[in-house]
Design a protein around this ligand. Structure first.
Ligand code: AGP
Length: 637
């Protein structure tokens, strides 16, 4: 083991570029929980951990917990609820010990509850673990550990870690080595901070995919999900990298690679951000941060356990009629799903705007009906009212949501948590592409069950879906061009989005983003429908934005571009890279630098349009995170 840094006499600090630190901060991961640890030379850690968790609460806020080590052993306080509510009940500052770890949760596995709140303990209660991320192989590890008489108290994936560490301690390994050996058994994403009575003066933390950063104090050291947690305590940070394991003590930090055991050195960075900037990982607004969180958010969708899809698919398969119901952006996900279910699984579904469900279909709902409700918040009143109506008619209710423990999860027979992490910006971005990706996987599971597409096509689609996060990373590089485009068109008084096929969804979503963020009255149509009305309002310089991948209906879309050009509209296109025909025809265009399978294009082609709405709002002096008259979750009918 190598001593990396001592509080005094450390190496001069280098100012790293903001983009580098942004990436290190986000760690290419969606904020799914907040973890923090403190090792103090003197004083109690609990109040320090408590304050830091408050600064991390934007990362998850459905339950909280702290564990400290004092002469008496491990002390734990945890419960379901916000930090403030839990503190009122449990008095989180009143815990002894100068070493402590804490966690504020965004549930992915196991409903928000006292049992599922972190920290999680070993059987003997001598190891406490907090974790951010998703352990993909937790089910098989749990079975193995139960086979060795370990008793599990929660339904979380995280708890396997404390029992694994306990196993290695029982084999005579020291604490740091036990955590290292446990980490080598885990698959998925994890930032872990662990403490144990086996080594009371230290915290052992591990990073793989999920973000984890060390804060170096003069007589204390910290670990946290992001720098905002310890910025008021120190500005000296050490960003852990993939497979790093750090052993923190009050005056020193040791670093190794947990897979190889090799000793490591990492550069210490001087953070110049304000705490507010830090919570946005250096982005100006949460919306822009969340647009950039889409690649890891989709990686999380791809980690959802197959069993949930199988359960949901078996319900859908038996249905006589399937309704996909939601509001706003979530409704657009349902619309995309209707194309996917028909095309892949040969299942006809009815996408419905929730507030019209009862009026439009109420009289046809019965026990042979299945309602799949989609809601980021899981609390939208119109969606819940429609769901309750369907239940009263004995229909089966399924749910897709981003909030475990929300009302929709309680009303659903089967639900899938989309794992996008908290979305702070009112405008839905990462939750839209996550929902569409969950629905795409569900359509593929149904197609596999019903053998409705060839193995070759199935493989292509599965590989295509696995490739979406990387494709998104490439598409995010068009940001500066989109900003220029928004600046050029910022004075236009209206826009219209046109598209064909599954990208009608993308056009509708782009329109919703633009009008809810920049307040510009805008339209969106299936391009074929534009000749039946919309074209009447087209006049010179009227901006018409086309979503135009080179897919099945491409040639018809080119025809629509010609129609608009004939009326001197300003024609703008989100097109495939190298599409010389449309580049020649259009006044402006954004080229998508990757080729994806037609049915997967909405989650890629929507990104430049999310950015267009964002930059248009900024150009027009609107607040992209808090648009007027809107709420993140509309809980009134
Ligand atoms: C989208 O940007 C809006 N925030 C809004 O339309 C939203 O999609 C709608 O209110 C539905 O919310 P839900 O997904 O939480 O049910």
């Amino acid at each position: 083991m190598l001593f990396l840094a001592k509080a005094s006499g450390q190496k001069p600090f280098w100012i790293r570029k903001v983009s580098e630190i942004r990436t290190a901060c986000a760690g290419g991961m969606v904020a799914l929980c907040g973890i923090f640890g403190a090792v103090l030379r003197t004083g109690d850690a609990a109040p320090v951990v408590h304050r830091a968790l408050e600064r991390l609460e934007y990362r998850g806020y459905d339950s909280v917990g702290i564990a400290t080590i004092s002469k008496g052993g491990l002390e734990v306080k945890k419960d379901r609820g916000s930090i403030r509510d839990v503190d009122l009940r449990l008095h989180l500052d009143e815990m002894d010990g100068s070493v402590g770890v804490g966690h504020t949760r965004w549930a992915t596995h196991g409903m928000p509850s006292l049992e599922n709140a972190h920290p999680h303990l070993s059987c003997k209660g001598d190891v406490a673990v907090v974790h951010n991320g998703i352990i993909e192989n937790f089910l098989e590890l749990k079975r193995e550990l139960e086979g060795r008489n370990h008793l599990f108290r929660s339904r979380t994936d995280t708890e396997v870690i404390s029992h694994l560490v306990e196993e290695y301690l029982a084999d005579g390994e020291d604490f740091a080595e036990s955590v290292r050996l446990a980490a080598r058994r885990l698959e998925g994403s994890f930032a872990i901070a662990a403490i144990s009575t086996a080594r009371p003066g230290s915290i052992v933390c591990v990073k793989k995919e999920s973000p984890l950063v060390i804060g170096l104090g003069s007589s204390s050291n910290y670990c946290a999900s992001d720098v905002s947690a310890f910025l008021p305590l120190t500005r000296k940070a050490l960003f852990l990298e993939e497979e790093d394991l750090a052993v923190l003590e009050s005056d020193q930090t040791q670093l190794i690679n947990f897979r190889t055991g090799q000793e490591l050195e990492r550069e210490v960075v001087d953070i110049t951000w304000s705490p507010e900037d830090a919570t946005r990982s250096g982005y100006k607004h949460f919306m822009l941060k969340e647009i950039h969180e889409q690649p890891p958010a989709i990686r999380n969708v791809l980690r959802i356990q197959p069993i949930y899809y199988d359960l949901m698919a078996s319900k859908l398969e038996k249905a006589e009629q399937v309704f996909l119901l939601a509001c706003g952006t979530s409704y657009h996900s349902c619309l995309a799903a209707s194309y996917l279910f028909t095309r892949l699984a040969k299942i006809r579904t009815q996408p419905v705007i929730a507030s019209e469900f009862i009026e439009q279909y109420g009289h046809t709902i019965d026990k042979r009906s299945v309602v799949l409700a989609v809601s980021q918040s899981g609390e939208t009143a119109d969606t819940l009212e429609a769901v309750r109506f369907a239940k009263s008619a004995e229909a089966s209710v399924l749910g897709i949501t981003n909030v475990m423990g929300s009302t929709l999860t309680r009303l659903s027979e089967v639900y899938i948590g989309q794992n996008s992490g908290p979305e702070i910006g009112v405008a839905a971005t990462k939750t839209f592409t996550s929902q569409v990706s969950v629905l795409t996987r569900l359509a593929l599971v149904l197609a596999e069950k019903r053998r409705t597409i060839s193995e070759d096509e199935m493989t292509k689609l599965k590989d295509g879906l696995l490739g979406i996060p990387a494709a998104m990373e490439e598409v995010l590089s068009v940001g500066p061009q989109v900003r220029e485009l928004a600046r050029k068109y910022r004075d236009r008084s209206s826009f219209c989005f046109l598209a064909r096929g599954i990208n009608v969804t993308t056009a509708l979503e782009a329109r919703l983003k633009l009008l809810e963020l920049s307040y510009i009255p805008s339209l969106a149509y299936p391009a074929g429908e534009s000749k039946h009305g919309f074209i009447a309002v087209v006049e010179p310089r009227f901006p018409v934005i086309f979503v135009a991948p080179r897919d099945e209906p491409y040639h018809n879309t080119v025809g629509n571009v010609m129609e608009m050009k004939a009326r001197n509209a300003s024609t703008i296109g989100v097109i495939e890279s190298g599409d010389e025909k449309l580049k020649e025809l259009l006044d402006d265009f954004i080229e998508i630098p990757v080729r994806v399978i037609d049915l997967l294009t909405p989650v890629i082609y929507v990104i430049p349009l999310q950015l267009f709405a964002y930059w248009m709002a900024v150009e027009r002096g609107c607040d992209p995170d808090r648009p007027r008259n809107l709420a993140k979750s509309v809980t009134v009918e």
